[in-house]
Write a protein that binds this ligand. Structure first.
Ligand code: NOJ
Length: 526
């Protein structure tokens, strides 16, 4: 089976927050270049950059006004070319974030589209007459609050935006839009990028009749507006798979490139995004661990459900955090964040790490006035403030954690003087060194890459599993010690790594301390 991405761990960078080099408090491409050694040393195989394209930044780059240019805040095309070269020089792959569902309202395509009803680009976006009462055409809500329809006075119609009004949705039923977007992919693939993460891929096609979404019986006012209705007609339509197959065909016309889809759907719907005969995305992002209760029972059931639902030839993947969700250390605390790292890096499938999780960055104190995330500004208190997961990377105990010479665009977390990459590099037991050890072991143990996953029943707080015939993993998901009753063949195993020490152990422990975990190499298999 070909595909470097089956073996590589992916590392997501939020470019605004990785490394600033020009003192404006916002990270840039030159900064990423300077920090590539950190990434290579960690042992991941690929870097995915959240959007770096030209953008008015209404949604911090997820509103693209030119798909073929770099935003000046991040640098220019020469800086990108250098970054690509430097990334490849370290044996790493580079993935970009493709945002095809919507553009910025400043994109020339939308400017043309909104200029008149008979403009040739009118149909590139989703325009609709008002409902008979003059209101929005249907009840579809924006993910960032309020109706998803914006009235355009100039042409007397509404346009649809699943996110901000500054992010009008493109009309993917229009073949010219599809062709233009395929050209965008080719532009970057020709440059040598190794693939894309595709933003909200399950949104690309909407119901052709624009039917109202049904009410969500579980909605209450503690939820954002988007949860008022079940998204039956506004996303995840059958025709989306034809669009994805077209994108995949472009990817497959180049050697060994990767297509990942961002998809928040229940497992059985998620699986359809592998596509008929695996003609969909290579990896439909699996966010289940982000949403799962943190206990052995829930996680064990989830892994079982996910593994059992995979279609033939579908390669699994796992994600713990990203730029839209609370970080793992904020969700479960530092001790369990260490256990989570062992889980993520010993499950079957491609893992994605989020920058900063390798040093356990958690949450940040922010006042309401400091909030920049448009989703949180629109729906304060009910929508998660994503700024909290986008704070600058903490490199050292130098000013601004070595991130910038200026005022950072978002505050650092409180503990940056103690929690930073430089300090953790020196500490053999640090979370950073735990990640390095895990990624190393993952790279030299073939069963960790491809061995079958089999859960082994143990104490209710323990999640234990085998990977192939040679590896066993035991994780204590509680903060209390547990006594282990181990299968005989595990007792004589070699302990390759412990969560708490980030080192090998001399013998298999009879009890597992709270938040401890071990990787065992089973002897008969050696
Ligand atoms: C999903 C992205 O991850 C998120 O950050 C963004 O706001 C929306 N899509 C809209 O592009």
């Amino acid at each position: 089976m070909s595909g470097w991405w089956r073996e590589a761990a992916l590392y997501q960078i939020y470019p605004r927050s990785f490394q600033d080099t020009d003192g404006n408090g916002i990270g840039d491409l030159e900064g990423i270049c300077r920090r590539l050694d950190h990434i290579a040393d960690l042992g991941v195989g690929a870097v995915w950059l959240s959007p770096i394209f030209r953008s008015p930044m209404a949604d911090f780059g997820y509103d693209v006004s030119d798909y073929r240019d770099i935003d000046p805040v991040f640098g220019d095309m020469a800086a990108f070319d250098r970054l690509l070269e430097e990334t490849h020089a370290r044996g790493l792959k580079l993935l970009l974030d493709f945002v095809p569902n919507h553009s910025s309202d400043q994109h020339p395509w939308f400017q043309e589209s909104r200029s008149s009803r008979d403009n040739p680009k009118r149909d590139w976006y989703i325009w609709h007459d008002p409902a008979p009462d003059g209101g929005p055409p249907n009840n579809w809500m924006s993910n960032f609050g309020g109706s998803a329809w914006e009235w355009d006075e100039h042409t007397d119609q509404y346009y649809y935006h699943a996110f901000l009004a500054e992010q009008p949705d493109l009309n993917w039923r229009n073949p010219d839009v599809r062709a233009a977007m395929r050209d965008v992919l080719r532009f970057w693939l020709d440059k040598g990028v190794d693939g894309f993460r595709v933003d909200v891929i399950w949104h690309l096609i909407k119901d052709a009749e624009f039917r109202d979404n049904p009410l969500n019986p579980h909605y209450d006012a503690s939820h954002p507006d988007i949860d008022r209705y079940l998204q039956v007609y506004s996303a995840d339509q059958p025709e989306v798979h034809d669009v994805i197959a077209e994108l995949r065909a472009v990817i497959d016309s180049y050697d060994d490139r990767l297509l990942i889809g961002e998809i928040y759907l229940p497992i059985e719907r998620l699986m359809t995004y592998y596509g008929r005969d695996n003609s969909g995305v290579h990896l439909p992002f699996n966010f289940q661990l982000i949403q799962c209760a943190w206990n052995a029972d829930a996680i064990g059931s989830l892994i079982h459900e996910y593994e059992s639902a995979l279609p033939e030839g579908g390669w699994p993947n796992w994600v713990l955090s990203n730029h839209d969700q609370p970080r793992i250390a904020a969700r479960v605390g530092e001790a369990q964040a260490r256990v989570a790292a062992m889980l993520l890096l010993t499950l079957r499938g491609t893992p994605t790490l989020y920058y900063g999780d390798e040093i356990g960055i958690a949450d940040v104190d922010m006042t309401e006035e400091e909030v920049l995330d448009p989703a949180a500004i629109n729906e304060p208190g009910v929508s998660f403030n994503r700024d909290r997961s986008r704070t600058p990377m903490q490199w050292s105990d130098k000013p601004v954690a070595g991130f910038s010479d200026g005022k950072p665009w978002l505050p650092l977390t409180q503990d940056w003087r103690e929690r930073n990459a430089a300090v953790q590099r020196q500490d053999p037991a640090s979370l950073l060194n735990l990640h390095r050890a895990l990624l190393h072991i993952r790279s030299i143990e073939p069963d960790l890459l491809s061995g079958a996953y089999r859960r082994i029943d143990m104490d209710e707080d323990v999640l234990a599993y085998e990977r192939g015939a040679s590896i066993a993993v035991i994780l204590n998901l509680s903060s209390e010690p547990v006594e282990l009753s181990l299968p005989d063949k595990w007792k004589a195993a070699r302990v390759l790594l412990s969560v708490r020490s980030a080192q090998a152990l001399n013998e298999v422990p009879a009890n597992l301390a709270g938040a401890e975990g071990v990787i065992l190499k089973i002897k008969d298999a050696e």
